[in-house]
Design a protein around this ligand. Structure first.
Ligand SMILES: Nc1nc2c(c(=O)[nH]1)N[C@H]1C(S)=C(S)[C@@H](COP(=O)(O)O)O[C@H]1N2
Ligand SMILES: [Mo]
Length: 598
């Protein structure tokens, strides 16, 4: 059997059975050709992604090429871009990234398709580049395994098959160029312009350009191809009418590919559901705290409309992490290992963890990426085991000054041993506001350490604690230039009135929250139009680890006014007016809003 290749070069076929003389000279595809090429490219990309999703449904969500490439993009993102993304897209930065990836993909697919319309090999080469990107991204993701390359490989193979099928169908639409009687299966070939005919029927030539495609790529498309070709059969009545079946063939192939893409993608999504930890989470019953939690003091919550609630509800708690798909960790599979500079390495199951004496503590968590006045701070009642207790149980050795924690997603976070051991409520948390940790917030277990920015303390989906030194090892964000020591900076935020809002003259409540976790807040002051500082009324303090609500009653006069706020922490230090960005250890400066009083 003659082996056929779809990837021949664009050399003219060396054939003696010369083309029919009435065939026009070969011409490059016109605008309509480019359009059908572009559409072919888009559909082939959709098939590739759909099939990849389907296979990811079997091998696991990390192999999905968009997730792998997106994850690699996040890790490679330069700090200023990342800060820009967090500041401008906020928690939607991932949606923005995924949208960006899809837009780039679409552009690439259009180019590949248009190229393939003329040089099929170039299109297939483009897809191969695609595949190489996906495979290398999947291979380098910290939490991914070897099987995570399979979705991309299968996707690219399917995309190639789809591209070949579609391009062939698109070319057959140009059959008006040659008027040749159709006879059986030969027809479709014969009806094509000469150059194309060569491409599809030439005997094996060294397919230098794209020889990596799996064998199936050669056969797959050939086999599928014959199906639609039959569409061309039937009584032949001349050029004008023969365009129609060709076009119909392209439309049929396109619709077919769209169905394949959507069905495969939907099937993949269905399969992916079995990786969800939601059911397991619903079955968790948290034990009560070993000691009764101190009651929240009366007056810890102010009754001001629009102010941040003292406890941030779980579903509105800010979320910051590098994960495009949330890690789904079953508590049955979960273990925590404590290793490194310890006398007795410890391995803990989730059941073991729940048998520890659990502490309940109110702690305000803040992200270093929070700009002055920004939203990335939240306060919750956490339930967890004492980290200090666990480290003592493992026999912490002197000399270890860093707890390097690792998450199932490969994130590493370094926390000073001194902060964990100094008696503060450093927790290995399992509960948040009376619920098992939400999946987005680290289910089944995470760290929470009062007073330290999240990137140095709040490891979600934690699975390993290694006792080491700052001299020996660096964690994810410190590798990227963020400070290794990162106490949360004192900050007051104005929640109401909203920036640029209009308020009626007279009594206006200016209110918000102020935090200096593990130092506490001792005062908040407000100034109007750079005037004198007025002491705000503080809600009762719930210890030193949480934020405090504050309110100042302003007698507002008509006009445009600027309100500024500053806080003083429990050590007596007042916030500096000096405005800095979030890199490398948190923003400074006073929050301010401008409002119109009518
Ligand atoms: N595994 C993992 N844990 C993580 C992160 C992450 O990217 N991956 N981000 C950290 C950062 S920067 C912050 S501010 C907190 C945010 O916790 P939250 O999403 O529950 O608010 O989680 C920390 N823990
Ligand atoms: Mo953060």
């Amino acid at each position: 059997m003659t082996k056929r290749t779809l990837m021949g070069t664009r050399r003219r076929p060396v054939r003696t059975d010369a083309p029919a003389p009435d065939r026009g000279p070969w011409r490059a595809p016109g605008w309509r050709g480019l359009a059908s090429g572009a559409l072919s490219g888009l559909l082939a990309a959709a098939v590739a992604l759909g099939v990849a999703e389907l296979i990811a449904g079997i091998t696991g969500p990390l192999g999905s090429p968009v997730v792998a490439v997106g994850g690699a993009a996040i890790d490679m993102t330069p700090i200023p871009v990342k800060d820009f993304a967090i500041a401008h897209f906020g928690s939607h930065d991932k949606t923005a990234l995924i949208t960006g990836i899809f837009v780039l993909l679409a552009i690439f697919a259009v180019v590949i398709g248009a190229l393939a319309r003329r040089w099929l090999a170039a299109g297939l080469a483009g897809l191969t580049i695609f595949g190489a990107l996906g495979v290398s991204a999947a291979l380098t993701r910290p939490a991914a395994g070897a099987t995570d390359v399979l979705p991309t490989l299968a996707g690219v193979a399917a995309g190639m098959a789809a591209l070949v099928l579609l391009i062939r169908a698109a070319r057959s639409g140009r059959s008006e160029l040659g008027a040749v009687r159709e006879t059986g299966l030969e027809t479709a070939e014969a009806a094509k312009p000469e150059g194309y005919r060569g491409l599809e029927t030439a005997e094996v030539r060294t397919p230098e350009t794209v020889n990596h495609g799996p064998e199936t790529v050669n056969h797959g498309p050939d086999t599928v191809n014959h199906g639609p070709e039959t569409v061309d059969h039937g009584p032949d009545t001349g050029p004008a009418q023969r365009l129609v079946p060709g076009r119909r063939r392209f439309l049929a192939a396109g619709a077919g590919m769209a169905v394949v893409a959507v069905a495969a993608g939907a099937g993949g999504d269905l399969l992916l559901r079995r990786f969800s930890a939601t059911t397991a989470r619903n079955q968790v019953r948290l034990p009560a705290a070993a000691k009764a939690t101190p009651r929240l003091p009366a007056g810890a919550k102010l009754d001001v409309s629009g102010i941040s609630s003292f406890y941030t509800p779980n579903n509105s708690f800010y979320r910051v992490d590098t994960d495009l798909v949330l890690p789904q960790v079953s508590p049955d599979q979960w273990t925590l290992q404590i290793s490194g500079m310890v006398d007795r390495p410890v391995k803990l199951s989730f059941a073991d963890l729940l048998r520890q004496p659990l502490t309940e503590a109110d702690i305000t968590l803040v992200c270093v990426s929070n700009e002055v006045g920004g939203p990335y701070a939240g306060n919750a009642r956490w339930l967890g085991a004492s980290l200090a207790g666990l480290l003592r149980r493992a026999g912490l050795r002197s000399g270890a000054d860093q707890v390097l924690s690792t998450s199932v997603d490969g994130m590493t976070i370094s926390t000073p041993v001194s902060a964990v051991m100094d008696g503060r409520n450093a927790l290995l948390a399992v509960g948040m506001n009376g619920q098992p940790l939400p999946i987005a917030h680290g289910f089944p277990a995470r760290m929470v350490v009062p007073g330290l920015y999240g990137y140095t303390s709040a490891t979600k989906w934690i699975t390993k604690l290694e006792l080491t030194t700052f001299a020996a090892q660096k964690a994810y964000w410190t590798q990227r230039g963020y400070a290794a020591q990162a106490p949360i900076k004192t900050e007051a935020r104005i929640d109401v009135p909203k920036p640029l809002s209009q308020v009626p003259k007279g009594h206006v409540a200016v209110a918000g929250v102020a935090w200096a976790p593990h130092r506490g807040i001792s005062a908040v002051e407000v100034s109007v139009d750079n005037g004198a500082w007025h002491e705000a009324r503080l809600a009762a303090a719930d210890g030193i680890d949480t934020w405090r609500q504050w309110v100042w009653n302003w007698d507002a006069t008509p006009g445009l006014h600027q309100l500024q706020v500053r806080a003083t922490d429990g050590t007596g230090a007042t916030q500096t007016s000096n405005r800095t960005g979030v890199f490398p250890n948190g923003a400074t400066g006073w929050d301010s809003v401008v409002v119109t009083v009518a």
